[in-house]
Design a protein around this ligand. Structure first.
Ligand code: HEC
Length: 255
């Protein structure tokens, strides 16, 4: 370890005191005197040196750096622009809000159909139409059995018993034979509810664009009061062509 000689420590201490304007304590000055006598030449020079250094320091004119000058002289943002900038985030939020598409299904027949499916059909056909006690309906299966929407609505109205065990149902090419187990919904769901659940299954499980268009048309004319579907289909007598008339009316009214 290098030890700093004591007289150097004292010198730096007294120099510091001179620079900060403190008067050296008595002890120190006497000790400095002692060391002065020990090394006279060095000690006499040092106060002079220190004082010249001091005066040099005070003369130095501190000039601003170029970038500070630039900052001081450049044009400032006007106050009104600053407040306009502060309003930008609010404007942005409002603007983005207007871009969001309204949820078209929120109150429409497709939404209604999804609710009915969850309540009345999912227990047998699966929450997402994957099948169970009843056939799988998703992956387009439902469209293969029922290419025509009115046949599907008739099937759901009448159920297995309404068609009769051993009879065929759906598209002849599909070759479905009634085996039993599908309830009749004609007395439970009104026309609007049956059509809604049919449209939901075709749109969501069958990926049918026609079903989405028909649902949109129905929403329009039901809302406009031009069609009322609160009646019940008669499960004994209803025919698919009778149901088809509703969809024809829908097309004619909207186009
Ligand atoms: C209790 C169980 C059960 C419930 C609840 C049920 N189904 Fe079914 N579903 C079946 C059975 C079983 C079949 C086959 C019927 C047969 O072969 O006679 C079937 C057949 C079908 C088919 C024909 C599928 C095909 O490819 O052949 C459709 C479409 C269908 N159901 C729709 C519905 C809808 C819509 C609901 C709700 C409103 C519903 N089901 C409720 C059991 C059920």
């Amino acid at each position: 370890m290098v030890e700093i000689p004591e007289h150097l420590l004292k010198r730096s201490k007294s120099a510091r005191e001179r620079m900060t304007g403190q008067t050296p304590s008595k002890d120190d000055s006497s000790e400095v005197d002692e060391s002065q006598s020990a090394t006279p030449a060095a000690e006499i020079e040092s106060p002079v040196e220190a004082s010249t250094q001091e005066s040099e320091k005070t003369i130095v004119v501190v000039e601003d750096a170029p970038y500070v000058n630039a900052a001081k002289t450049r044009n400032k943002i006007p106050w009104w622009a600053a407040s306009a900038l502060l309003c930008l985030p609010i404007w942005a939020i409002v603007y983005v809000g207007t871009l969001e598409r309204p949820d078209v299904e929120a109150t429409g027949v497709l939404q209604h159909g999804a609710e009915i499916y969850a309540q009345r059909c999912s227990s047998c056909h699966g929450a997402n139409g994957g099948g169970g006690a009843g056939y799988k309906l998703n992956d387009g299966e439902v469209m293969i059995t029922f290419p025509r929407i009115e046949d599907m609505a008739e099937w759901i109205t009448k159920g297995s018993d309404g068609f009769g065990i051993g009879n065929s149902y759906g598209d002849p090419g599909r070759g479905r034979i009634v085996a039993g187990g599908m309830p009749a919904f004609g007395d439970v769901l009104n026309a609007e509810e049956i059509i809604s659940v049919v449209l939901h299954e075709r749109a969501v499980f069958g990926n049918s664009e026609d079903a989405v268009i028909l649902a949109t048309e129905l929403d329009h004319i039901i809302e406009a009061g031009e069609m009322n579907l609160e009646m019940y289909f008669d499960a004994e007598t209803v025919t698919s062509s009778e149901i088809a008339e509703i969809f024809e009316d829908t097309h004619n009214t909207t186009s």
